[in-house]
Write a protein that binds this ligand. Structure first.
Ligand code: ZN
Length: 332
């Protein structure tokens, strides 16, 4: 009796050979993945094997504090840390104590940036709001340590129109972006990184206006399925957006490590990002997307010019990471 054909894995619906060789990105100097969640030191070998295969030398990683030291000990030359709280503790009444202690510890380990996750699901789970005194306090603590502010505000438009619309306690995009805009106005003198193209790749006109309004704001291109789906479906508009703001967009994969994730899983994300930003490829994405059914979305590559790739894969990220270096308060 014939054995059944094994199902294609979610990360490879189209039979891509992820082991096939790739040239390094067309970049002079060290390349940097600007948005990574390498969550445990034990994941690093497989994680970096895939990064090596696709030519990425360093990562800006949101690693839990408990894993940061073993990770730095072995791979310190490849890692820029981002300070993060213990996400599990954010719903507890004394969340600020633990959060500020972790900010301090990350600061002493050399982290130059600190992240606040302010997406609808997190706000809902923790009871935080973007305009809350707790968020204002953390922002001032980040600034007091001379660190860059990073936020994730917003989520895929499909979610706002689906599960969030069905439950008003998630709030609306309009309210979330008004509150974020207010914070950006208060901190317009300070470098700020907005993840996932400001959390609204579906609206390049709004994002263009945001970048124009706030010269201190940088955005990253991270998240694989979300970016492949939404950038591909408005290819020319997003390409024009990047070309209009070439010095404040950085690339990141939003790769998340895990005990069940192997080389091929990590490779699938890097494969899609390089196809999306470097090539003019048009065809089905190899990665199954639960927000698109049936099948997988189309990937339409942006074919960004080499001088832009140099900026998003390296120069802009280094510029951002150095941006608070000379802001230390001068002695009185
Ligand atoms: Zn992320």
């Amino acid at each position: 009796m014939d054995s059944p054909t094994p199902a294609l894995p979610d990360h490879n619906q189209t039979g891509v050979d992820y082991l096939a060789p790739w040239p390094r990105p067309p970049v002079r100097g060290t390349t940097i993945d600007g948005h990574v969640h390498l969550v445990a030191a034990r994941h690093a070998d497989l994680f970096f094997a895939a990064a090596d295969h696709f030519g990425f030398d360093q990562i800006v990683s949101q690693t839990p504090l408990e894993e940061a030291i073993p990770l730095l000990r072995r791979h310190g030359h490849r890692i820029h840390l981002v300070a993060i709280p213990n996400w599990q503790k954010l719903a507890s009444p004394n969340r600020l104590d633990d959060w500020i202690r972790r900010l301090d510890a990350f600061h002493h380990l050399g982290a130059k940036m600190a992240k606040l996750h302010l997406a609808p699901g997190t706000l809902h789970r923790t009871g935080l709001s973007i305009d809350s005194p707790d968020v204002a306090r953390i922002l001032s603590e980040i600034r007091a340590r001379n660190m860059i502010i990073m936020t994730h505000v917003g989520d895929p438009e499909i979610w706002y129109q689906g599960k969030y619309a069905a439950d008003p306690t998630f709030g609306t995009r309009t309210a979330h972006y008004q509150q974020w805009n207010h914070l950006l106005q208060q901190h317009r003198d300070w470098p700020w990184l907005g993840a996932h193209l400001g959390g609204w790749p579906e609206n390049p006109d709004y994002i263009h206006n945001l970048l124009t309004q706030f010269p201190n704001l940088y955005l990253d291109l991270s998240a694989t399925r979300w970016m492949v789906r939404e950038i591909s479906s408005r290819r020319d508009a997003i390409r024009n957006l990047i070309l209009a703001h070439p010095d404040r967009i950085i690339w990141g994969s939003d790769q998340v490590s895990g005990d069940t994730r192997d080389f091929h899983f990590y490779a699938s994300r890097l494969y899609c990002h390089r196809k999306l930003f470097e090539s003019a490829h048009s065809g089905p994405s190899p990665i199954r997307d639960p927000d698109v059914s049936p099948g997988t979305p189309t990937l339409n590559g942006l074919a960004l010019p080499t001088h832009i790739l140099q900026k998003i894969y390296r120069d802009n990220t280094l510029k951002l990471l150095a941006s608070t270096t000379h802001r230390a308060s001068s002695p009185s």
